[in-house]
Design a protein around this ligand. Structure first.
Ligand code: FES
Length: 160
C-alpha cells in the first residue's frame, strides 16, 4: 500500500477526531476517495480507531454502498430481491453480463463498469429494478439493457 494512501486515511481519521463512534463516516469518506475499501486501509482504520479488524471488515461488507473490491466508474446494481426475481431480474442480470462481458461481482478490465447482484433496493413496484451509481432505472427488460449501458457513456465527460 502506498504511503500516500495511508497518510490520506490518517488525515480522514483525524478529521473525525479518531472517534470510533464515527467509523462509518470514516469508511464512507475512504470509499468516496478510492471507490473501494482496500484491506490495508481497513486495517489502518481498525488500528487508529482501536477497533477489532473483524468489526471494521464486517461494516465494510455489510453496507451495499461499500465495496472491498475496486469498482468501476459506473457501478451497475441489478436487484435480485423477490419482486425483481419473479419479474425477470435474473434474465436482466444475464443480459448485463453478456453486454459487459463480465460476471456479477466483477469489473471490466478498463475499470469503466462493475456489475453487482444485490438484495432488495427498496423499489419493488419498479421491478426489475437497476441502479447505476445510485441513478434509478425502473422496469428494465433484457432488450433495454444496451440502452441503459449507453446512458453511462452519455455521462462521461467530453474528451478535450
Ligand atoms: S425486490 Fe427489487 S427493489 Fe425490491
Amino acid at each position: 500500500m502506498e504511503q500516500t494512501k495511508l497518510e490520506r486515511v490518517d488525515e480522514i481519521i483525524d478529521c473525525y477526531g479518531a472517534d470510533k463512534a464515527l467509523s462509518l463516516a470514516v469508511l464512507q469518506e475512504i470509499q468516496t476517495e478510492y471507490n473501494y475499501l482496500p484491506r490495508e486501509l481497513l486495517e489502518r482504520v481498525a488500528e487508529r480507531l482501536g477497533l477489532p479488524e473483524g468489526e471494521v471488515y464486517r461494516m465494510a461488507t455489510f453496507y451495499h454502498s461499500f465495496s472491498t473490491k475496486p469498482r468501476g466508474d459506473f457501478c451497475i446494481r441489478v436487484c435480485m430481491g423477490t419482486a425483481c426475481h419473479v419479474n425477470g431480474g435474473p434474465r436482466v442480470l444475464e443480459a448485463f453480463e453478456r453486454e459487459l462481458g463480465i460476471k456479477a461481482g466483477e469489473s471490466t478490465p478498463d475499470g469503466a463498469y462493475s456489475l453487482e447482484a444485490t438484495a432488495c433496493l427498496g423499489a419493488c413496484a419498479q421491478a426489475p429494478y437497476v441502479t447505476i451509481n445510485e441513478e434509478p432505472h425502473a422496469k428494465v427488460t433484457t432488450d433495454r439493457v444496451s440502452d441503459v449501458v449507453a446512458t453511462c457513456n452519455c455521462a462521461l465527460p467530453e474528451a478535450e
